[in-house]
Design a protein around this ligand. Sequence first.
Ligand code: ATP
Ligand code: MG
Length: 777
Amino acid sequence: MPEEYSNYLQNLNERQREAACTDISTPLMIVAGPGSGKTSTMVGRVLMLLNEGISPLNILAMTFTTAAASEMRERIGAIAGKATAKELTISTFHSFSLQLCRSHAEKIGRTSEFLIYGQGQQRNAVIEAIRLLENGKNRSKDGASLVGEESKGVLTPKQFKDKAKKWQKFVTQAKASGRTSADYCELGNEIGAEILVHYNSILKSCNALDYHDLISCSVKLLTDFPEVFRECQDSWKAIVIDEFQDTSTMQYKLLRILASHHKITIVGDDDQSIFSFNGADVSGFMSFRKDFPNYKEIRLNKNYRSTRCIVEAASSLIRNNAKRCQMKNVLTDNSSGSKIVVKECNNEDAQCAFVADKIIEISSSHSETTCSFGNIAILYRRQISGKAFQIAFRDRKIPFNIHGVAFYRKKVVRTIIAMLRTALPVCDDSSYIRVFKALLQFEKDQKKRVIDHINKISTIRKCSFILAASDIFSAKISGTFKRSELTHGRKVLTTLEMISKLVLREKSISAIITSVADLIPEKYLLEKRASVDVDGGTLLNEDYDIRSVRQYLLDDVSEFLSTKFLEIKEKREISEDKGCSFMLKAFLDFLFERETENFRARRKDNENSVTLTTIHQAKGLEWDVVFIVKVNESEIPLLHDYKGIIKETGALVEEERRLLYVAMTRARQKLFILHVMMDSNWQMLQPSRFLREIPNHLLEVQGEMNIQVQLKQEAVQKENAKLNANELLKEQQFEEEVVPMPNDLLNSHITESSNELAEFEEANNGNTFLRRFNVED
Ligand code: ATP
Ligand code: MG
């Protein structure tokens, strides 16, 4: 064994080493708590596989994010050499499935150019499916659809939107669980079955697959096509999977087929399962035991990451979960460390100020425990909570990074991506519509009228949006457009042509992105800057500066070229000079992963800046100092849906508890847990119930003196500005004695909040497959 390998294995503890060195033909399951070295052991396991003569080209490692994948590649590269590390396939489920589906697209009824539908496009397809369903039932001669009915007052736009959202959830749930329209027919849900049929045929006719289709089509390819199965068997002689607890039923199905040779290692912790809304299912551990009966299970129980205080506090918390697959007793030899600070703040501003002051204090060289910005993280339940910190940090010149999935949800970024997409041989309507919205330089209403009209013509003529647009603007068909509208429309078409030419002419994706970004009109950028809040935005206004957006994208291009593209190149024997169109397609696939996965802040960004991230995105990572903020009822646990209806179930509370558990166990040295007393709508908030589950002796509770009285005074003043001074005093005294009912407050807060849905979607990391509702119709 090479010296580097044995050194690495020597540094593992006995159990970790036993796991890494288990006979490679034995299916291996490593179950252990946070910080116990699961990922480190997985690296050891890959070294063992290499040492046993398995070619790196034949090893498939599944991680949860592309960032985790590059991290693992780096770690293995440092020991086994960069060349070997490059040959490994370290992938996410989606990127793996995407490649498989691309290679065998015709077998699943697509061409290799197929499009991947993200949330927005999926929503449009669902709307179309509803239209088809409604038209089928009550078809009118002129092809008037639900949109028409909407304007005639049958459904208000809001009702229509809600309906579309509800069905989108339904479709997503159906796909995640692998249910077909026939299953829904059997269950008596005929409308559901029909929607699903329409939805699938729309995607098929658009040559598209959605996020869940990628997994289910891969399963189909492996089960229905023996040659694909054989090809995969030849390619993947050993498989390792990190964060197994977040594997969905369909993903597990895929793994089981791929690993029919039994050279499989799974690594996970059921206590850290936090993606059930995304279809993750911890019953995968049970299935593994059943499907690989000669498996070996190894438990690691020593935490190397955190102080004893943090380990004990987190263990006490998670012990309250009744439904745990495997009880784990996590211990540590680390020092006890300082107590966990639980800080009560008046409101979110005070919370930000506290965190910012603390960061300045601990990062200063005078501090006893000097800690660089890069070793500090702020974790929150919902993306939206990050915004106030960005402002506070910017004001105090604290460098931070918040480069995550939110970036790809920004309208400007989506517009650039849509513009790039239009240059591919196949492009969907929604990308064209987005580009028209960006490039047409009219006021909003006029723009909407023009786009609606093109849409109407495309529906009547049953042609694509772009075909309708080019016919209209080249005056092949008459329309009701003003001359100026025709002129502008033509300009958009010319720009689209320019983009196509750029792709043919330019030699690199970087050059294409730079040129395309420059085509976006200033007016549109300014508009987007002003509407940052509407988007539930998490980036500061300044980030709409086209230069920084462009730079972020270019950073991703270089990452793509250095890792992903090489990987694709190895597999498909393509060369860089095969043309930019191919590269562009591969790059857009890469970005798709970024959009769909819970992308982590990248290490490069982390080096000297504070990380701002949701707890979901913090999975598997660690920092010296962690602040978990707004640990209130209504945040953790977040038990209401976007309409504000509380859906408290035992399972949900347990998942929320696991979320806090994951958050707490990210800290190495020092943990701060903050909660606020009042939100921005003057609603009183309660501290999270979970805080009561942490033993007092591990906590240092810091309150706000007399502030409750002050805050209530302010609230009362605001609402009762006309009351005289005496009445006001009486009111305050009365209020002081009243203990607010959290649920009532919660309800009133939520129903009043117009941004709730956006926030709720953000909270779920952009996934609209919301866990809490059963679709009824
Ligand atoms: P999570 O559940 O959060 O993903 P994990 O179990 O994957 O955690 P790792 O990230 O592998 O844990 O390791 C946690 C920390 O402990 C890392 O900093 C790692 O370097 C360190 N560590 C792991 N094993 C050992 C060991 N045997 N000796 C010293 N340090 C170790
Ligand atoms: Mg890990």
